[in-house]
Design a binder for this molecule. Structure first.
Ligand code: C5P
Length: 229
């Protein structure tokens, strides 16, 4: 774990539809967590300005770019210019796409960090089979993480259950960001491959993405404080 305290490794998923709700959560939680994840819903509603308002160096921009290499290179230049902590592409876009993304991002901003989404934490073996992927989620995640590393990405998004094998294959300097985090006795919702915050950090995650367990709580600050109890 590269953060100095467990709470600094937490990135809160601001999956809310308005700037007001996002800024209210960010203001309440800014001293409790390491940063914030902006995904498709909030970015779609507010655009790049919300990244500025939250503070780019604390933002993981989770837009999961997945398109032909030329198009992803172009949007990676735009994302790199925002100066975020992290942004991501989808590993299933392939080696050439990931390579194009990282080259374009670093060319625009040498501090840019680009990570790859391996297999969404909402997938299990059955839903992968439906897509024609016959490997287990774990095998598919390891294969895609190795491909992402070969393409030059800084790390991957994977479920906390795959941290140990991905660390073993990709080494200590590869960033591992893990959603699907659920404190004990919390609703898992649509997530399938979940782990508790403590287990995820112990396994060696660099960042934990936590959404509904904090943002859906009646007292988000208390929920954030209690994550590691
Ligand atoms: O509310 P919850 O804690 O499930 O939020 C998890 C967040 O992480 C969501 O914003 C989701 O889009 C994102 N995410 C994920 N699985 C991935 C990549 C991103 O759940 N593989």
């Amino acid at each position: 774990m590269s953060q100095s305290s467990p709470h600094e490794s937490v990135l809160v998923a601001l999956d809310v539809p308005t700037k007001e709700k996002a800024l209210s959560l960010a203001n309440q939680l800014e001293n409790q967590v390491g940063g914030f994840k902006i995904g498709l819903e909030l970015f779609g509603a507010c655009g790049p300005q919300i990244v500025e308002e939250i503070g780019p160096s604390r933002v993981f921009l989770d837009l999961k770019f997945h398109d032909i290499p030329h198009t992803v290179a172009a949007v990676s230049r735009v994302a790199a210019r925002l100066g975020t902590l992290l942004f991501n592409v989808h590993c299933l876009g392939g080696f050439e796409m990931m390579r194009a993304a990282i080259e374009a991002a670093k060319g625009e901003n040498s501090n840019a960090k680009v990570i790859g989404v391996t297999i969404l934490t909402s997938h299990d073996s059955a839903s992968l089979q439906n897509l024609g992927i016959r490997e287990s989620p774990r095998e598919a995640v390891i294969r895609l993480a190795e491909l992402a590393q070969k393409a030059g990405l800084d790390g991957v998004v994977c479920s906390a259950r795959e941290i140990l094998p991905v660390r073993a294959h990709c080494g200590d300097n590869f960033l591992l960001v893990t959603p699907g985090i659920r404190p004990p006795n919390t609703a898992i919702g649509d997530q399938k491959r979940v782990l508790t915050p403590r287990e995820a950090l112990k396994a060696g995650a660099d960042y934990l993405v936590v959404g509904r367990p904090i943002t859906g709580a009646s007292d988000p600050v208390a929920a954030a404080q209690k994550l590691f109890d």
